[in-house]
Design a protein around this ligand. Structure first.
Ligand SMILES: *Cc1c(COP(=O)(O)O)cnc(C)c1O
Length: 393
C-alpha cells in the first residue's frame, strides 16, 4: 500500500496503527510495559518478538513505532529507530557502528555537539577522526585509511550553508568500504532524497522541522533493516536513548504538516535572499538557492528547494549584528531552527562560542554573521522587519 503513495500522502497516513476503537487521530500509548495473558506468552515474546509486538518502551512502543514507520516511508528507508533527541540519534549511529582502532572521516563544519562527539568522545574510546573540508572531494579520498569505517557529514553546514555533494562523497566512502552517515537536518526530509543519493544512514534532529513548532525534543536514525536492527537497536535499547511515546505523538502530528510548512518557509527564505542580496549593510547573503551561492548548481541538482534557513553577514561586525538583532520586532532571538516562528541567532557568541576565533575563521563564521530560520509569518512583514532593523544596524 504505502509503496505507491506520494510523499504528502505518506506524511499523513503512513505507519498508522488503529486500536480496537478505530480512532481517527493516532493513539498515544503512554505505557512503558505490556501485559501477557499467560507466563508462556511472556516466554514466547522474549524468545521471538513479532513485527508489531512490544516488551518494554525502551525497546519500542506502538506510538513510537508509528512515527518510525511514517518517517521511514517518507525517506524511502527500510527501517528507522526513534530517539529522545537528535544528539541521541547521532551518538547512537556513530557509537553503535564503531569500535576502538576504527577511523572516521568527518566534515569539519559540524553542529557543536556532533563536533564534541567526533573530536572528544570517539577519540577517548580509541576511534581516530580526520576532519576535512566537506566540499573538497579529493580531501575525503586523501583521508581514507585501511581502518576507515564511517564518513560523517551534515548535508548543509550550519551556519554557513555550504552544500556537500552527497553522491560524490558516497562513491568515495563505498570505494573505501565505509558507511556514509548524513545528519540531514538543514536539508530536511522534504527537500533531499539522501538515501537515493547514496547515503547509508540518515539522521534527523526531529526537534527541528519535524516537530517544527518548538514543543519537544526528538531524533531518528534511518537506514537498512540490517543496520537499524542488528547494529543500532542493540546499542540504543540497552543504553536508553528511547523517544517518549508522548513526544512521538507530537512528532506524528508535526509530520502531517511537514511538507506544507517546509515549502512555505523555503519560499519565503528564497524571496528574502533575493530581496536582501546587495543590501548596503550586508557583506554577503548566504542561501543555497541564491544564484550567488558558491554551490548553487550542486544545490539545484541535489535539492528541490534551498531549505528554510539563510545567513546574513553584516558589514559592521558584532556591534552591527547585535544592533540588528535587538531592533527586530517579529523575528525572535533564539537558537532553535525549523520553527513556524522566525528565529535569529548570532553563532559566534552562542552556538559556536566554544570554538576559537581561528576555528571560526576556517569555517567562515565571522562576527557579523547571523543565521535566520524562516517561519510562517507573512513574507512582507518579515521583509519589513529585517530592512527596518538593518537601517538601525
Ligand atoms: C539541532 C541539531 C542537532 C541536535 O539535535 P537535538 O534534537 O537538539 O539533540 C544535531 N545536528 C544538527 C545539524 C542540528 O541542527
Amino acid at each position: 500500500m504505502s509503496e505507491n503513495w506520494k510523499p504528502s500522502t505518506r506524511l499523513v497516513h503512513a505507519g498508522t496503527r488503529r486500536s480496537q476503537y478505530n480512532e481517527v487521530s493516532e493513539a498515544i500509548f503512554l505505557t512503558q510495559g505490556f501485559v501477557y495473558a499467560r507466563a508462556e506468552d511472556a516466554e514466547a515474546r522474549f524468545q521471538h518478538l513479532g513485527a508489531d509486538e512490544y516488551i518494554y518502551a525502551r525497546y519500542g512502543n506502538p506510538t513510537v513505532r508509528m512515527f518510525e514507520d511514517r518517517i521511514a516511508a517518507l525517506e524511502g528507508a527500510e527501517d528507522a529507530f526513534a530517539t529522545a533527541s537528535g544528539m541521541a540519534a547521532v551518538n547512537g549511529a556513530l557509537f553503535s557502528a564503531l569500535k576502538a582502532g576504527d577511523h572516521v572521516v568527518a566534515a569539519r563544519a559540524l553542529f557543536g555537539s556532533c563536533l564534541y562527539i567526533c573530536e572528544t568522545l570517539l577519540r577517548r574510546f580509541g576511534v581516530e577522526v580526520t576532519f576535512v573540508d566537506g566540499t573538497d572531494i579529493a580531501a575525503w579520498r586523501a583521508a581514507v585509511r585501511p581502518q576507515t569505517r564511517v564518513f560523517f557529514l551534515e548535508a548543509i553546514s550550519n551556519p554557513t550553508l555550504e552544500v556537500i555533494d552527497i553522491a560524490a562523497v558516497a562513491r568515495v566512502a563505498h570505494e573505501a568500504g565505509a558507511l556514509l552517515m548524513v545528519d540531514n537536518v538543514f536539508a530536511t526530509p522534504v527537500f533531499q532524497r539522501t538515501l537515493t543519493l547514496g547515503a547509508d544512514v540518515v539522521i534527523y534532529s526531529a526537534t527541528k522541522h519535524i516537530d517544527g513548532q518548538g514543543r519537544c525534543l526528538g531524533g531518528v536514525v534511518l537506514g537498512s533493516q540490517a543496520f537499524i536492527r542488528k547494529t543500532l537497536e542493540p546499542y540504543l535499547k540497552h543504553t536508553g536513548g528511547a523517544l517518549s511515546p508522548f513526544n512521538a505523538w507530537v512528532l506524528l502530528k508535526g509530520m502531517e504538516t511537514l511538507a506544507l510548512r517546509c515549502n512555505a518557509e523555503a519560499a519565503t527564505a528564497l524571496a528574502l535572499a533575493e530581496t536582501l542580496n546587495g543590501h548596503p549593510a550586508l557583506a554577503r547573503v548566504l542561501y543555497p538557492f541564491s544564484p550567488t551561492h558558491p554551490q548553487y548548481a550542486l544545490a539545484q541538482r541535489q535539492m528541490s528547494a534551498g531549505g528554510t534557513v539563510l545567513s546574513l553577514d553584516l558589514k559592521g561586525g558584532k556591534a552591527a549584528a547585535f544592533r540588528f538583532l535587538n531592533a527586530l520586532k517579529i523575528i525572535t532571538i533564539s537558537n532553535n531552527l525549523g520553527d513556524t516562528k522566525s528565529i535569529i541567532t548570532h553563532p559566534a557568541t552562542t552556538t559556536h562560542q566554544r570554538l576559537s576565533p581561528e576555528q571560526r575563521g576556517v569555517l567562515g563564521i565571522g562576527d557579523g554573521l547571523v543565521r535566520l530560520s524562516v517561519g510562517l509569518e507573512d513574507p512582507s512583514d518579515l521583509t519589513r522587519d529585517i530592512t527596518d532593523a538593518l537601517a538601525v544596524a
